[in-house]
Write a protein that binds this ligand. Sequence first.
Ligand code: ADP
Length: 272
Amino acid sequence: MGIAENLAALPTQSTADLPYYRPIGNEVTLFEYAYRHQLPVLIKGPTGCGKTRFVSYMAARLGRSLYTVACHDDLAAADLVGRYLIGHNSTYWSDGPLTRAVREGAICYLDEIVEARKDTTVVLHPLTDDRRILPIDRTNELLHAPPEFMLVVSYNPGYQNLLKGMKPSTRQRFIALRFDYPPRQLEQEILIGETQIDNALAVRLVNLAQALRALKDHDIEEAVSTRLLVYTATLIKNGFDPVAACQAALVEPLSDDKETITALMEVVLASF
Ligand code: ADP
């Protein structure tokens, strides 16, 4: 039996234990394909559109542990691989999340990978090609990733600038999935699934989000995300006035500019 068939036979969790995730397209099938064929996955999409939820869902579905790292511009290779720490009388080695995931055959998810320092992508190279190895120079180890290990990275193409964009040699090792805010109908379904609000409120909130997303001329770096809609729905469900909830959870997080806030609030007031 080949590795692919072996993995196909792995027990998966019952849907009752899984985090709530509403598939949008063929992302579940593609991810499972990548897992079975030991290919790394790259997920690109704006913030708050469901990337992290999707990865948690897939990890649970495949019965794998998940190590998530939120990358930032100070993140170095040692933060992923591990480092020597000072103990009582001596130093000892402590595995980083990537090393732990390789040893255990888990999924390692690097969120906002383009933020990380360049030396981190060097560590990822031999893990993402068919060698699937992680050399740890400091401990003189060479780890071979088991078939169950999987690397998943995400980034927001909106934040990307020319300098920070991923190198083609890194990108071309991944199966790439493009995420976006869900279509109207599905976003309503997600709001109801996440917060148990009624259908009428879900329709209203998603219509409002669509109207706000269509406003292009203002000083808004990011559009209204599904995450912000979920927060707003939760506030309303907990008794907050809808306009106040929209201001606090949908509008204020988007901009600091007073004129922009006023313009966005006009759209809110037209909806509630
Ligand atoms: P990202 O990682 O893209 O920034 P998240 O995965 O944290 O975004 O998604 C933000 C929130 O939006 C989630 O916590 C969840 O409430 C909701 N969400 C977005 N898409 C979906 C989906 N397809 N199914 C279920 N919930 C979703």
